[in-house]
Design a protein around this ligand. Structure first.
Ligand SMILES: [Zn+2]
Length: 686
C-alpha cells in the first residue's frame, strides 16, 4: 500500500480499499462528467493495485476450448471518440488550451496520471460502438461508468452491460440537476425500463399560422423560413402534421412555400431582403388575417411593410453594429436592420458556393437571421420578443452545462461504485451476477448487509430544493416487459473461416432450447419464423448479422405460452470447433413471459371499439395498442404484452390497419390507450 492509501483505508476499511485498488473499470466518455469522474477514480486509487482478480469458475468453459481470460488486471479503461474543443475548457478541467484538437481520451489520461502514477490507465480514442468493444470486452470489468451526452450511446452501453452481466453506473446532468443510477441485470431496473421522452414537436399550423409563444416563432424561423431560403426545405423536424391541423390550411401553406422558392431566385440582388420581408410579414399575414374563422377566439396578427418600417439609414451597416449587442432586446426597427444584415451575409455565402446551409446556433450569421426573423414574427402576433442570447438558448435547446453539477454528479457515481464493490467484497463474483433465468441470487437479497448492489440508490442532484440538494430513491425492480433487460442473453460462437447459414442457427436453437415455434430477427427484421423458411439456406452474414462485430440476434418464442426472448450476441470466433455453438453455460431453462389480461371491448381505435370493427377471438390479452399512421405513412403498432406471440401481434396490426382505413380514411393519427403503459414492445410493420 502507498502512503496515499492510508486515507482510503481509514474511510473505506481495508477490504473495500483493496477491492477498489484491484478493480478494473470502464469509463465511457471523457467530457464534462468523464473528466471529473476520471480525476476522482484516479485520486481514489481505482485500478492502482497489482493483484490480478481471479474471475472464478463461472466464466471458464467446461471443455476448456475457449480462450476466455481467467484473470482481470486492475486498471481504468477510458473510451472517448471526441477531440478537445475550445468550448470544453470552461468545465473539462483535465484539458488546457494547448490540447485543443487532440483526442480527449489520451489527454485526459496524460493529465490524470500525474495525480496518481500508480493507476494503470488505458486510454482509447474510439467509438464505443466499434466492433472491438463487444460483449467479451464489457465482461472484463467490475463496473462500467457511463459519462455520456447522448441517448443512443447510453442505450448501447446499457444493453452491452445487460448482455455482459456487468454493473453499470449511469449518470447525467441537465443544468443544475443531476442523476446517478446503479443498474444490474436481473437485480434493478435498467436504463430502458422507463421509456425516454422524445423531442418535443409542434403542430404545423401552430408554427405556420397561429403562434402563441416565442418558441413557436423561433421554430418557424429556424425550421421553416431558413431552410426555404438557404437550405433544402424538407427540414421541419420540429414540426408535425397532426389531427388538429386543418387539411385545407396545410395545402395553402404548401403553396406559400412554393412562392417563397420563387423569391429565392432573387438572392444576391438588392431587392432580396425586401422581397422576403414583404412576403412573410405582409402578404402571408394579410392572407391569414382574411381567414376570419381563425381569429374568432384569438387576436389577429398585424402585418408589417418594409417601406413603412425602414429608416433613412444603411440597414445592413446598422444591423452589423446591432448584431454584437446580443443581450439586449432589439426594437422592431432594429430587428429589421439585423434581418437585412444577416440576409446580406447569408446571400453572399450562398453565392460564393455554400449550398444547403442549415441553422447552427454557433453560426452567428444563421443565428442573427433566426433571431431577427423570429422577433419580427413575434411582433406581428403580439408575442413578447427576446434577446438574441435568449433565442440562442431556445433555438439550440441548450441547457448550459455547469461544471459544479458535473463535479457533484461524478462524485456521486464514485460513491455508488463503492457500494457496488462492497457488495462483492469477500464473495465470489459469480454470486453477484444474475442467474440465467433472471431470478435473483438469494445471497444478494437476503439479510440487511446484502441489499441489491450494496444498498445502491437512485441519487438526484436537485437544484430546486435549498434544504436537500441531494435526494435518493430506492432502485426500481426490473420491468418484466422491458425489451432490453427482460430477455436472456447468450453468445453465439462461430468457427473461424466458416459461413454458417440461418438453417444452422435454427438447428442449434431447436436442439438446445425448448421452443415449440420461434421467430428470429436481426438488424434487418424478421428473417425466420415457422411460415417463413425461405432464408434457411442463406448465410447469416447476408441476413444482417455481422459475425465480427456486435450484432444481436433476437429469438422470440411464438407459441401460445411463450418463454422470454433470447438475445444472442456475436463475438470472438472459436478456433477449432466443428459447428456453430450457442453458449448457454449456466442456463437450464428459459422462464415464461408475464401475462396481462384486458377485455377486447376495452380496446378502441379513436371512438370505435376494436371488437366492433374486427373479429377478435377470445379475449385479447393486451394492455395497450398504439398505432400511428402519421405523415410518414408508416403504421407502427406497440402491443404492451409480452404474452402475445409475435405472429399474433402482426395479425392484430394488419386487422387494425384495415379497420382503421375503413373507419377513418383521412385521419392522420390514431392512438389507443388502454390500461397502464410501460415498456412497449415496438413491432415495426414495414
Ligand atoms: Zn429494462
Amino acid at each position: 500500500m502507498q502512503k496515499r492509501d492510508r486515507g482510503l483505508i481509514q474511510a473505506l476499511g481495508l477490504p473495500l480499499a483493496r477491492r477498489v485498488k484491484d478493480s478494473r473499470v470502464l469509463v465511457v466518455g471523457a467530457g464534462g462528467i468523464g473528466c471529473e469522474l476520471l480525476k476522482n477514480l484516479v485520486c481514489a486509487g481505482f485500478g492502482s493495485g497489482n493483484t490480478q482478480t481471479d474471475l472464478g469458475a463461472s466464466t471458464t468453459q467446461d471443455d476448456g476450448s475457449l480462450t476466455a481470460p481467467t484473470s482481470r488486471v486492475p486498471g481504468i479503461v477510458l473510451v472517448d471518440l471526441d477531440t478537445i474543443d475550445l468550448s470544453n475548457l470552461n468545465r473539462q478541467f483535465l484539458f488546457r488550451k494547448q490540447h485543443i484538437k487532440k483526442p480527449k481520451a489520451t489527454v485526459a489520461k496524460e493529465t490524470a496520471s500525474q495525480f496518481n502514477p500508480a493507476v494503470n490507465i488505458d486510454a482509447r480514442h474510439g467509438d464505443i460502438f466499434d466492433a472491438e468493444y463487444n460483449v467479451d470486452f464489457f465482461e472484463g470489468f467490475d463496473i462500467v461508468f457511463n459519462a455520456l451526452d447522448n441517448l443512443k450511446a447510453r442505450q448501447h452501453c446499457n444493453r452491452m452491460c445487460m448482455a455482459a452481466g456487468v454493473p453499470l453506473i449511469e449518470s447525467g446532468t441537465t443544468g443544475f440537476n443531476g442523476q446517478v443510477q446503479a443498474i444490474q441485470k436481473g437485480v434493478t431496473e435498467c436504463y430502458d425500463c422507463n421509456p425516454k421522452p422524445v423531442q418535443k414537436s409542434f403542430p404545423i399550423c401552430t408554427i405556420r399560422s397561429t403562434p402563441s409563444q416565442p418558441i413557436h416563432c423561433i421554430v418557424w424561423a429556424k425550421s421553416y423560413l431558413f431552410p426555404e431560403l438557404f437550405g433544402t426545405s424538407e427540414g421541419d423536424s420540429d414540426v408535425a402534421v397532426t389531427d388538429a391541423d386543418n387539411a385545407e390550411e396545410v395545402v395553402k401553406l404548401r403553396e406559400e412555400a412554393q412562392a417563397l422558392k420563387k423569391i429565392r431566385s432573387l438572392i444576391g440582388t438588392s431587392d432580396f431582403a425586401q422581397a422576403v420581408f414583404d412576403k412573410v410579414f405582409y402578404e402571408d399575414i394579410e392572407r391569414l388575417r382574411s381567414m376570419s374563422e381563425m381569429w374568432q377566439s384569438r387576436s389577429p396578427p398585424t402585418s408589417l411593410k418594409f417601406d413603412s418600417l425602414k429608416a433613412d439609414t444603411d440597414l445592413v451597416k446598422q444591423g452589423q453594429a446591432l448584431s454584437v449587442q446580443d443581450q439586449r432586446n432589439w426594437s422592431v426597427e432594429e430587428n429589421l436592420a439585423v434581418f437585412c444584415y444577416s440576409l446580406d451575409i447569408l446571400s453572399n455565402r450562398a453565392q460564393s458556393g455554400e449550398q444547403d446551409m442549415s441553422f447552427d446556433k454557433d453560426d452567428k450569421d444563421t443565428l442573427d437571421f433566426v433571431s431577427a426573423a423570429a422577433n419580427l414574427r413575434s411582433h406581428v402576433f403580439g408575442i413578447p420578443t427576446n434577446s438574441e442570447w435568449e433565442i440562442k438558448q431556445m433555438a439550440g435547446n441548450i441547457i448550459p452545462a455547469i461544471a459544479t453539477s458535473n463535479a457533484l454528479t461524478a462524485s456521486l457515481s464514485v460513491m455508488l461504485s463503492y457500494k457496488v464493490l462492497r457488495s462483492k467484497v469477500g464473495r465470489n463474483e459469480a454470486l453477484a451476477k444474475p442467474t440465467a433465468n433472471n431470478s435473483l441470487p438469494t445471497t444478494i437479497l437476503s439479510g440487511k448487509d446484502e441489499l441489491p448492489l450494496g444498498g445502491s440508490k437512485m441519487v438526484f442532484l436537485n437544484s430546486k430544493s435549498t434544504e436537500r440538494v441531494i435526494t435518493t430513491q430506492g432502485l426500481g425492480h426490473p420491468d418484466p416487459r422491458c425489451p432490453v433487460c427482460s430477455p436472456v442473453y447468450a453468445k453465439l460462437r462461430i468457427p473461424k473461416d466458416t459461413k454458417p447459414t440461418l438453417g444452422h442457427l435454427v438447428d442449434e436453437i431447436s436442439a438446445k432450447l425448448k421452443y415449440e415455434e420461434f421467430q428470429i430477427s436481426t438488424s434487418i427484421g424478421v428473417v425466420y419464423e415457422p411460415d417463413l423458411d425461405d432464408n434457411l439456406p442463406r448465410a447469416l452474414s447476408d441476413l444482417g448479422v455481422d459475425l465480427n462485430s456486435n450484432s444481436f440476434i433476437t429469438v422470440t418464442d411464438d407459441s401460445d405460452e411463450p418463454r422470454v426472448d433470447l438475445i444472442l450476441s456475436t463475438g470472438p470466433h472459436l478456433e477449432e470447433r466443428g459447428g456453430i455453438d450457442l453458449d448457454l453455460s449456466g442456463l437450464q431453462e428459459l422462464p415464461f413471459k408475464p401475462k396481462a389480461i384486458v377485455s377486447a371491448n376495452d380496446l378502441k381505435i379513436g371512438d370505435t371499439s376494436i371488437s366492433d370493427v374486427m373479429p377478435m377471438e377470445n379475449a385479447l390479452q393486451a394492455t395497450q395498442i398504439t398505432a400511428t399512421n402519421g405523415h410518414s405513412e408508416r403504421m407502427q403498432c406497440a402491443i404492451d404484452d409480452a404474452s402475445i406471440g409475435s405472429k399474433r401481434k402482426r395479425n392484430i396490426v394488419e386487422d387494425m390497419q384495415t379497420a382503421h382505413k375503413r373507419a377513418k380514411p383521412e385521419a392522420v393519427d390514431l392512438e389507443t390507450h388502454v390500461g397502464g403503459s410501460n415498456g412497449a414492445i415496438i413491432l415495426d410493420d414495414d
